[in-house]
Design a protein around this ligand. Structure first.
Ligand code: SF4
Length: 198
């Protein structure tokens, strides 16, 4: 069954009332995601951490600061992309998301993707990449490649938090985001050429 196209406000209302998995009991805030509701680039991370849970915003800690640097390397501003996570509530002690939590929360990311209708989806880290691409292949093999999920071009990269503990991933991420910036500009140019032909 195909999903309806809802506005982000309608989806947010559903998420804020959600008790579909046990993570709702420990949350301070749901972290719905934020950015341009018609962004050409949808960035998908794993789950809120402590700071995100406290503030109700995605990527606000050290990983968020690095994400801002990565976006700058891509020639993108935070307000012109949309940043969301696979899970909208924080797993305790930042443990990995569990399969039943991902399954329970998945409809919200699908609805968000349908509503935003981006040109490309950047998946950060294993959980987001494996969820979007429906694959068991790890991010080490997929990062830097161009993938497809339905009509969406998917660009997998390491999670920015991984670069905080492993500095060698920092340069890899910066190079991947520069490549993402060029690709997004190409896709936007193609898309405006197609619209001009309509
Ligand atoms: S993580 Fe997702 S499915 Fe679980 S309670 Fe939060 S919003 Fe609902």
């Amino acid at each position: 069954m195909s999903l309806p196209v809802l506005s982000l406000d309608e989806i947010r209302n559903q998420v804020e009332q959600c008790q579909a998995c046990p993570l709702w009991e420990g949350r301070t805030h749901v972290v719905f995601g934020e950015g341009d509701p018609h962004a050409r680039v949808l960035i998908v991370g794993e789950a809120p951490g402590k700071n995100e849970d406290l503030q109700g915003k995605p990527f606000v800690g050290a990983a968020g600061k690095f994400l801002d640097e990565l976006l700058e390397a891509a020639g993108l501003k935070r307000e012109e992309v949309f940043i969301a996570n696979v899970l909208k509530c924080r797993p305790p002690s930042n443990r990995n998301p569990q399969a039943h939590e991902i399954q329970a929360c998945a409809p919200f990311l699908r609805l968000q993707t349908k509503s935003i209708d981006p040109l490309v989806i950047v998946t950060m880290g294993n959980f987001a990449t494996q969820f979007i691409l429906k694959t068991g292949v790890g991010i080490t093999h997929l990062r830097g490649t161009v993938q497809q999920a339905g009509k969406f071009t998917v660009l997998p990269v390491y999670h920015p938090a991984a670069a905080i503990y492993d500095r060698s991933k920092r340069e890899v991420l910066l190079a991947d985001f520069q490549q993402i910036g060029s690709m997004v500009r190409d896709r936007m140019a193609q898309s405006s050429d197609i619209q001009a032909l309509d």
